[in-house]
Unconditional design. Structure first.
Lengths: 440, 298
């Protein structure tokens, strides 16, 4: 057996143990300071697959420009402290594509391996339903920034999980109110929604809202194509075979684009009043292919329907400058989540002697918090202070040839307390009870 | 127009689109014995290439009608460039290996091609809807159909007849059939089997790309378009029998009809209507409708 003989120590090697000891001591001494220097956020959204183009990538793009501005300290007050309370923000981006099982594993990896301080993520309602209990079990801080299913906080109770955007009930109540306030004829209505949590919940909310506002309206076709179907010729035939006064859809992304591209030439938009609950994001791409007169929402007062404010002007400008397109709903929702997180971290740090807060401290700071976003005031008012409510807006499409873009006319904003259930009621109960307490 | 006629037209339209893609899948399996998971990626490549070609043709001030030629050309270019590259550069090294391994290899190809398309074309959608309106609308009763949908039916017919003719009525086709029947015997008779493989793979990929190219005007071409089509194409070839061309045609018609019936009569069953039919067929004929039961070689 060969034995490695230790060479004679030279003066420099003799010093080495001492230097190592000094270095280790310095590292140990500096460790808390290093940890204070950054705040690590896992940002999960679709970077590939069918939801990437419409939601995932625009949202991540929004996160990038906003985090850059935070770290540079160039955001307007009260968001003008560098990073989060002086801690530089270090984002870790993760692809949401791959299904709920994979997302559960990715979430665990973010907390256990990447050692992130917080996770902000998830577009898919199915993903949100899957990851929320995992974060809770791990006692780790999680913000759901986008998904729409009301079930998260209505069927569950969480200490560490928050959603900084309103759920889908708001979108469909606002659509029905918009129709009613304009006396749009709606004796019958057809529906086409994707066959998963988002589509099913959207459909249910619209039916219940219509039952209250149009008691005599009869639902007719109730189509549930699979997510990513792409081909809608058969569905369009079904909708045209039994034309209704109103056709409702919560389709989004590539599915919505394909549906519009295939149904507009067949004249569906001329036979029925199409109402779309989450459609603003397809407007920049579709341009003149988007039919005039469609009534649509953006799941908040986002993009072309955002209220005028200095914060919105700043946000719009930095996003448009970076990506040469105006921000639509997904980056807006990402922005409002990061703005809320920033204020919550800084509030928790202030209560923690300026030190980075624990998950519990952060959760306490975000519970029932309110803050201004480019889309208006966000209030963590529902779900025990874990579910946001916000105002929303609905408008009507018109292609403006001079501007070479789709504009929205006849925009109506609905206050948060008009279109969201009160804190003590589930969406379905509230809708079935005739929306008691709605302050419109 | 009666509901039955609407159901039939919708079924035929959907089946035609599906048949073009599934025919390529079944051809590749029939000759190379590869269950090509990446078939949908070639469909996506065809769609992206069509978007680019139609855009270039428009830039060069070609008349709108030329966009149909542009889409055809896009499918040819994808097949001519990518198919030999993947078959010669990757797949041939795995011939004769376990079929499961080949499935995994094509799955890896699928992942690589997904990212490759994103690297080339980015994540933003491409719209090439102009060709969709070229043929105007056709009014049948209360329904309005886009003429382009009937073009797809015609393309499916032409493609089906051409492939059948090519295989059954030409010398090269007979050679391909000989390879399908027995690769060893064909090789011993002097057939260049690897050339047949490359040719069949190229035709299969051309059909996938053709399906993608002619679908591009109906959708926004963006990441993820490859996924949906491959799942339903597999259902078609499993129903019809892997490797069977008439099987692909009948399988596509069955799937189209099942889906159309579900959408019009029982929308809640749309999601699983195709798979119920597939399960029923497999219960009765596990090898598919048009596949002969084969003795296992030991």
């Amino acid at each position: 057996m060969a034995i490695k003989q230790r060479p004679h120590a030279s003066p420099s090697t003799a010093l080495r143990p001492g230097l190592v000891a000094v270095a280790l001591a310095a590292a140990a001494f500096c460790a808390p300071a290093t940890a204070q220097e950054s705040y690590k956020i896992g940002i999960v959204s679709f970077l590939s697959g069918q939801a990437a183009e419409s939601f995932g990538i625009p949202a991540v793009n929004g996160a990038k420009v906003l985090i850059e501005a935070f770290n540079a300290g160039t955001a307007p007050a009260p968001y003008n402290k560098v990073g989060f309370g002086g801690l530089k923000i270090e984002p870790v981006y993760v692809d949401e594509n791959g299904g709920a099982t994979q997302q559960v594993q990715e979430l665990r990896n973010l907390y256990d391996r990447e050692k992130v301080d917080a996770v902000v993520g998830y577009v898919g309602s199915g993903d949100c339903l899957a990851v929320a209990p995992v974060a809770e079990e791990m006692k780790k801080f999680l913000i759901l920034y986008d998904c729409g299913t009301p079930r998260i906080f209505e069927d569950g109770k969480y200490a560490y999980v928050f959603r900084t955007a309103a759920h889908a009930t708001m979108d469909n109540v606002a659509l029905a109110l918009y129709l009613k306030q304009r006396n749009v004829k709606a004796d019958t209505f057809n529906m086409i929604n994707q066959d998963y949590a988002w589509g099913q919940d959207s459909k249910k909310d619209f039916v219940l809202a219509m039952a209250k506002l149009y008691p005599n309206a009869k639902p007719a076709e109730d189509l549930l194509p699979k997510f990513g179907a792409g081909q809608y010729g058969t569905e369009i035939s079904a909708l045209m075979a039994k034309p209704a006064d109103v056709t409702h859809s919560s389709l989004w992304g590539g599915d919505l684009q394909a549906f519009i591209l295939q149904s507009a030439p067949r004249g569906l938009f001329k036979r029925t009043q199409v109402v779309l609950s989450a459609a603003d994001h397809v407007l920049p791409g579709l341009g003149d292919k988007m039919p005039d007169g469609a009534i649509l929402g953006a799941r908040g007062a986002y993009g072309l329907m955002a209220p005028k404010s200095a914060l919105n002007d700043w946000w719009w400008a930095i996003y448009q400058k970076a990506y040469n397109v105006y921000p639509v709903q997904a980056p807006y929702r990402m922005a409002q989540s990061l703005l809320g997180l920033k204020l919550a971290v800084e509030k928790a740090m202030a209560a923690n002697g300026g030190k980075k807060p624990t998950g519990e401290q952060l959760a306490a700071a975000l519970t029932n918090l309110e803050w201004d976003s480019p889309a208006g005031r966000i209030r963590m008012a529902n779900g025990g202070g874990h579910q946001a409510v916000q105002e929303t807006a609905i408008g009507k499409t018109r292609y403006d040839a001079a501007k070479k873009m789709v504009v929205l006319d006849d925009i109506q904003r609905f206050p948060a307390d008009c279109v969201n259930p009160p804190p003590n009621m589930k969406s379905e109960e509230w809708l079935k009870a005739g929306m008691p307490g709605a302050k419109c | 127009m009666s509901i039955a006629a609407t159901i039939l037209i919708d079924a035929l339209s959907y089946a035609s689109w599906l048949f073009i893609v599934a025919l390529g899948l079944t051809l590749v399996f029939g000759v190379l014995k590869i269950l090509n998971i990446a078939h949908g990626s070639f469909y996506a490549l065809g769609a992206y290439a069509a978007a680019s070609f139609v855009g270039w043709f428009a830039t060069m001030k070609f008349a709108p009608g030329w966009s149909l030629v542009a889409m055809l050309l896009a499918a040819v270019v994808v097949a001519a460039l990518v198919a030999p590259l993947t078959e010669r550069g990757l797949l041939r090294f795995f011939y004769g290996r376990d079929e499961v391994l080949l499935v995994l290899v094509t799955y890896a190809m699928f992942l690589i091609l997904e990212d490759a398309t994103k690297l080339i074309w980015g994540a933003n959608p491409y719209y090439v809807s102009e060709p969709y309106g070229l043929l105007g609308n056709v009014e049948i009763g209360t329904q309005v159909y886009v003429g382009y949908d009937f073009l797809l039916v015609a393309i499916a017919l032409v493609v089906g007849v051409a492939v059948w003719w090519g295989l059954n009525r030409t010398r090269r086709g007979k050679i391909v059939l000989a390879v399908i029947h027995s690769e060893e015997v064909a090789a011993s008779m002097g057939v260049d089997v690897s050339r047949v493989y490359m040719g069949a793979f190229t035709v299969g990929i051309f059909l996938a790309a053709l399906g993608g190219a002619f679908t591009a005007p109906m959708i926004s071409v963006q990441p993820g378009v490859s996924v949906g089509v491959i799942i339903v194409s597999f259902a078609v070839v499993i129903i019809g029998g892997l490797g069977s061309i008439p099987g692909a045609a009948i399988g596509a018609l069955i799937v189209g009809l099942a889906r159309s019936l579900a959408v019009h009569l029982a929308p809640v069953a749309e999601l699983f209507s195709i798979y119920i039919v597939m399960a029923l067929v497999l219960m009765v004929r596990p090898e598919g409708l048009f596949q002969q039961t084969q003795a296992r070689k030991i």
